[in-house]
Design a protein around this ligand. Structure first.
Ligand SMILES: Nc1ncnc2c1ncn2[C@@H]1O[C@H](COP(=O)(O)OP(=O)(O)OP(=O)(O)O)[C@@H](O)[C@H]1O
Length: 319
């Protein structure tokens, strides 16, 4: 078989079953040099299991995984990656500086500690015991530890969960800087704006299956649709049946409508509810695409974004 040198990490036909539950049901995935791949999916979709298989932490029942064309558990492969999982068990009494120095000592050509500190925004925290840090500060320490070996590939499993807005944006800046230096990133996140801000490729998992895999532009192009929001008492279930409406749901006092074109929907809305107010019309983003992709995929049986059907009439409440 011909080996593509630009593929840094891959899964091929991976199945993983836990009891009666299929966590991965034949997943193919490729991460290439210079790429930021966002792995998206609802809770339990299989994202962490996929990362576990890629890292050699989870043994697949079927299929194969590789890192730099090697077995994921090989030392040579492990030396070239950085990993930040959803949780980390680190000694609570160890000071941040000690943890960084120790981790750097495992690598032949480590990243200078000061650089890890600056990228992760840990200034002033080096003397603090890890166990006394806030949850957000601990996440930043875990990020810094992932950088110690100058990774060629970074695996980040929900890296910014629990971070405040400033810390999240700091971490995005750091990720962009690392990508600029040639690091590839596999990222899972529930913040779709995070995927939009960082990723150039998106893979959506649902119930252990890849339901969409494409470039961010392909997804954006796919959702050239509009979002209409307003305060209205109209029933979203009937609004979902109007011409041009793809989905409608209630968000508190607001009605949130996704449509292929906005104008006829706005006209009908104002006809049906003259009291409708605070009208907003915007271009639908990745979040809307994601909701549709995961809602429609089961009936569509599609594997690529451009194969998915264009219409969904269910409301989010009903889904
Ligand atoms: N060690 C395990 N034993 C039993 N079931 C497991 C195990 N690990 C994962 N699962 C199950 O496999 C499925 C996929 O889990 P996984 O953690 O990969 O999902 P996820 O997409 O990462 O979810 P989340 O967004 O909540 O982190 C879930 O149904 C989960 O309960």
């Amino acid at each position: 078989m011909e080996i593509d040198n630009n593929v840094l990490a891959h899964l091929g036909g991976v199945h993983k079953i836990y009891g009666a539950r299929s966590a991965l049901a034949g997943v193919d995935l490729e991460l290439r040099g210079g790429q930021v791949l966002a792995l998206l999916g609802a809770n339990g979709a299989g994202k962490t299991t996929a990362i576990g298989v890629l890292l050699g932490l989870v043994e697949p029942d079927r299929g194969e995984a590789g890192l730099f064309g090697m077995a994921p558990r090989s030392l040579a492969a492990r030396r070239r990656i950085g990993v930040m999982l959803q949780s980390a068990e680190l000694p609570e009494a160890a000071r941040v500086g000690e943890l960084l120095e120790l981790t750097c000592s495992y690598y032949p050509d480590p990243c200078p500690v000061e650089e890890c500190v600056s990228l992760a925004g840990l200034d002033g925290l080096l003397q603090r015991p890890y166990g006394k840090l806030s949850g957000g500060q601990q996440r930043r320490v875990q990020f810094a530890l992932a950088l110690c070996g100058r990774p060629r590939v970074l695996f980040l499993d929900e890296p910014t969960t629990g971070l405040d807005i400033e810390a999240r944006q700091g971490l995005w800046r750091a990720i962009r800087e690392l990508v600029g230096r040639g690091c590839a990133v596999l990222l899972t996140t529930h913040y779709l704006e995070e995927a939009e801000a960082l990723a150039d490729r998106v893979c959506v998992l649902q119930d252990g299956l890849v339901v969409a895999d494409g470039s961010m532009e392909a997804i954006r192009a796919r959702v050239s649709r509009r979002r209409v929001r307003c305060v209205s008492a109209l029933d979203p279930t009937s609004v979902a049946l109007w011409p041009h409406v793809l989905a409608a749901f209630r968000d508190g006092s607001r009605l949130d409508i996704t449509a292929d074109v906005a104008e006829p929907v706005v006209r009908q809305l104002l006809d049906m509810d003259p009291d409708a107010g605070e009208l907003e019309v915007s271009r639908a983003g990745l979040a809307d695409a994601f909701i549709e992709l995961t809602r429609e995929s089961l009936s569509a049986g599609a594997a690529r974004i451009d194969e998915l059907p264009l219409r969904a009439t269910a409301t989010r409440e009903a889904a």
